[in-house]
Design a protein around this ligand. Structure first.
Ligand code: HEM
Length: 186
C-alpha cells in the first residue's frame, strides 16, 4: 500500500526517482520494473502530457524525418510533404492516437495482465498492416531522444533507463501480437 500511495502522491523530496524503503527497488515479477522505475516513468510522462498534441506531432515529425521510408504505410498523409505534416489534421489525429496509447501503457504499469492484453492487441493491429519490428525499435530511439530533449534535467539517467526498460518490455509483448496478427496462438 505504501508503494502505491507514494506512486500516486510522491515521497521523500518528491523528485521522479525518489521513493523510500527497500520495496521501491524490488522488480515486479511480470514486468521486471521496480516501483521506483515505474514512478520515474509516470512522473516524467505527466510532464510530457502537458503538451500531448505538440509532443505527439514532434515525435512523429522526427520519426518520419529520420525514417521517411515508413510514410508509405500511412495512406492518409503518405504524400504530404514532411514540412506540411504538423498542420495536417489527419497527421495530428494519428499523433494523438499514439500518445494516448503510450498513456494507457503508463497508466497500467501496475496492472500487467491488462497491459499484456492491450499490447498484444496493438501488436496485432500493426501486424495486419505489415509494420516490421524494426519500425518500433526506430520509433523507440526517437521517443527516448525526444524525452531527453524535452525533459532536460527532469529526466535523470535513472529515468532514462526506466523508460528504456519500460519500452523494451512493452515491445517484447507487442511483438508477440505483431507476429500473430490473427491471434491464432492465443
Ligand atoms: C509506440 C509505438 C506505437 C504506438 C503506441 C502506436 C499506436 C497506434 C494507434 C493507437 C493506432 C490507431 C489504432 C489502431 O489501429 O491500432 C495506430 C495506427 C497506425 N499505426 Fe501505430 N503505433 C506505434 C508505432 C507504429 C509504428 C512504428 C508504425 C510504422 C511505421 C505504425 C504505423 C501505424 C499505421 C500505418 C496506423 C494506421 C494509421 C491509419 O491508417 O489511420 N505505428 N498506431
Amino acid at each position: 500500500m505504501g508503494a502505491i500511495l507514494s506512486l500516486l502522491f510522491g515521497s521523500g523530496d518528491g523528485g521522479p526517482d525518489s521513493m523510500e524503503g527497500p520495496a521501491a527497488d524490488v522488480p515486479d515479477e511480470e514486468t521486471g520494473l521496480t516501483p521506483r522505475q515505474k514512478r520515474a516513468v509516470v512522473v516524467t510522462w505527466d510532464l510530457v502530457k502537458q503538451d500531448m498534441k505538440g509532443n505527439g506531432v514532434e515525435l512523429l515529425c522526427r520519426f518520419f524525418k529520420e525514417h521517411p521510408e515508413y510514410l508509405e504505410k500511412f495512406k492518409a498523409f503518405a504524400t504530404t510533404p514532411l514540412d506540411d505534416l504538423p498542420e495536417n489534421k489527419k497527421f495530428q489525429a494519428h499523433a494523438n492516437s499514439v500518445m494516448y496509447a503510450v498513456t494507457s501503457v503508463v497508466d497500467n504499469l501496475d496492472d500487467p495482465g491488462c497491459l499484456v492484453e492491450m499490447l498484444k492487441k496493438l501488436g496485432q493491429n500493426h501486424g495486419r498492416r505489415n509494420i516490421p519490428e524494426k519500425a518500433f525499435l526506430d520509433l523507440k530511439a526517437v521517443l527516448l531522444q525526444l524525452l531527453k530533449d524535452k525533459l532536460g534535467s527532469h529526466l535523470s539517467p535513472y529515468g532514462e533507463e526506466a523508460w528504456d526498460k519500460t519500452l523494451t518490455t512493452a515491445f517484447t509483448v507487442l511483438f508477440e501480437g505483431l507476429k500473430d496478427p490473427e491471434g491464432t496462438n492465443t
